[in-house]
Design a protein around this ligand. Structure first.
Ligand code: FEO
Length: 172
């Protein structure tokens, strides 16, 4: 049986991951409107990954006898003035998600819940990758995005992203 506080934190994390997907779809909406379909595509796939994360947390709770409950998903409220604003917000958001997962991990560590720590290991690694992806996107934009040809090429590159469910992640 899961510790109540740990279970509640993970239940909240389901909502946070669904919100992440909602936020990234909002980024995609912005890029679609700006004619940057490759950027939009990249974030649509990111949203699919976030849904997968939510499902992994949900499955862990269910498999450990916890009744999952859903709360309202917050409205994405970011305002974009330039094409790299979503990229900046994306990096900030991933850093925030890392802090949330670290909090759950610290709680599990404090009560010697080794099972949950092991479950969270994949997310700790995943957050490292998520932050790196967000940093890479920003760096590429800073290098190439200010020139029309560079922006076109970057848009094409991002359009090539393919969704593949994680082969190593926890069950959904
Ligand atoms: Fe689910 Fe982007 O972290």
């Amino acid at each position: 049986m899961l510790n109540k506080k740990i279970a509640e934190l993970i239940n909240e994390q389901v909502n946070k991951e669904l919100y992440s997907g909602y936020l990234y779809l909002d980024f995609a909406n912005y890029y679609e409107a700006e004619g940057l379909d490759g950027f939009a595509h990249w974030y649509q796939i990111q949203a699919q990954e976030e849904r997968d994360h939510a499902m992994m947390f949900r499955r862990y709770l269910i498999d450990n006898g916890f009744r999952v409950t859903f709360n309202a998903i917050a409205k994405p409220d970011k305002v974009f003035k330039t094409h790299n604003d979503p990229l900046k917000f994306g990096l900030e958001h991933e850093q925030y998600v890392t802090s949330l997962i670290n909090e759950i991990y610290a709680e599990a560590f404090a009560i010697k819940d080794f099972k949950t720590m092991q479950f969270l290991d994949w997310f700790i690694k995943e957050q490292g990758e998520e932050e790196k992806n967000a940093e890479d996107m920003l760096r590429k934009y800073e290098l190439y995005g200010h020139d029309a040809k560079g922006l076109y090429a970057l848009n094409q590159e991002l359009a090539a992203r393919v969704y593949t469910p994680s082969a190593t992640g926890p069950a959904m």
